[in-house]
Design a protein around this ligand. Structure first.
Ligand SMILES: NC(=O)c1ccc[n+]([C@@H]2O[C@H](COP(=O)([O-])OP(=O)(O)OC[C@H]3O[C@@H](n4cnc5c(N)ncnc54)[C@H](O)[C@@H]3O)[C@@H](O)[C@H]2O)c1
Length: 317
């Protein structure tokens, strides 16, 4: 059976102006959900809304920093005011390229630590705090037919709530595995995974599923620019060779997974941290580096986006 459309459902996508969030917003709208894009960047949010409307979808834009409590509260109020309900919250906002938050616990400043975690994980807490009561108040979308609760498997009494809501948190493979010199990002993404599982347990009885997606390296418009500026073909191919599927990801790979997790067919999936990474995170790393040794030696001039000052990685001796 094909994945059902999201007709009659209302969604919020944080950081939905550009990059992965931009593609998620377009995909949910193409699936017939009504979409509120909240983004700190007014022009990209407005441009994406225009793009969705031109394609026949429904979307509105709102500007704000989702790490701020009044913005988290306001986005939920606005979605309910615009669409009359709330069904889906996709928490994606974070500028991968624009945020310079690298460093070990010794190196990062206390303000950067607080601001970084406020956005990486605090925003997910705030989003859920205001979205969950709105989802409960909305109830399942019109036309939703609960499956018969007819005694199979000794099912008796009142059926559990279903299709009340979906939360999808965008985490990272950096929440599953740690990279050197990245205390804020790795801690924040690991915390998103913990919060996802916690919320899945807390909100499952309300009919709300909560999952996270852990993307690998996704070549968004921003990363494309970075690759063009500081990388070269040999460096990009080195990245591709690290993936069992022999390619890096694209925003659509994440958007399709979000769309599935929001569909009625995914109602029994909750508390999952789903890597969408072409198999990158299942490999034994000491083998990868040995497998790539010859390639690196043959291409001593390779440059990757890690050569950008924002991504400076320390060598190990
Ligand atoms: N691109 C990747 O390779 C990759 C890999 C793993 C995880 N991720 C995760 O995916 C998500 C999106 O990343 P991306 O690569 O698309 O980033 P991006 O920089 O291309 O887009 C991020 C969007 O979020 C918005 N934004 C940033 N801070 C915000 C805030 N405080 N409030 C509201 N909006 C805000 C930006 O304006 C932008 O539109 C992030 O959570 C990131 O950690 C990305």
């Amino acid at each position: 059976m094909a994945i059902e459309k999201l007709t009659g459902r209302a969604a919020i996508v944080t950081g939905g102006g550009a990059g992965i969030g931009g593609e998620i917003a377009r995909t949910l709208a193409a699936d017939e959900a009504q979409v509120l894009i909240i983004d700190i960047d007014e022009s990209t949010a407005a441009a994406n809304v225009e793009r969705i409307r031109t394609a026949g979808g429904q979307a509105v834009a709102m500007v704000g920093d989702v790490a701020q409590e009044e913005v988290a509260k306001g986005m939920v109020e606005r979605a309910v005011a615009e669409f009359g309900r709330l069904d889906i919250l996709v928490q994606n906002a974070f500028g991968v390229v624009t945020s310079s938050i690298g460093g070990s616990a010794v190196e990062v400043g206390i303000d950067s630590w607080r601001r970084g975690l406020d956005l990486l994980v605090g925003a997910h807490f705030l989003g859920a705090k205001y979205a969950v009561p709105a989802m409960e108040a909305s109830g399942p979308p019109a036309g939703f037919e609960p499956e018969p609760w007819d005694g199979r498997g000794l099912r008796r009494g009142t059926p559990p709530l279903r299709e009340v809501g979906r939360i999808v948190n965008i985490s990272s493979v950096h929440g599953l595995l740690q990279a050197a010199g990245s205390a804020i990002y790795e801690t924040g993404k690991a915390a998103v995974n913990g919060l996802t599982r916690q919320m899945a347990i807390d909100f499952g009885p309300l009919g709300i599923t909560v999952n996270a997606i852990a993307p690998g390296h996704m070549v968004t418009d921003n990363l494309e620019k970075l690759w063009a500026d500081v990388g070269n073909e040999a460096g990009f191919h080195l990245h591709e060779l690290q993936y069992p599927v022999r390619r890096t990801g694209e925003s659509a790979d994440i958007a399709h997974a979000v769309s599935f997790l929001c569909s009625p067919q995914a109602s029994f999936i909750t508390g999952v941290i789903l890597p969408v990474d072409g198999g990158h995170s299942i490999q034994l790393q000491e083998n990868i580096i040995l497998e790539l040794k010859d390639y690196i030696q043959r291409n001593p001039d390779l440059k990757t986006f890690f050569d950008s000052p924002g991504f400076a990685q320390k060598g190990r001796e």
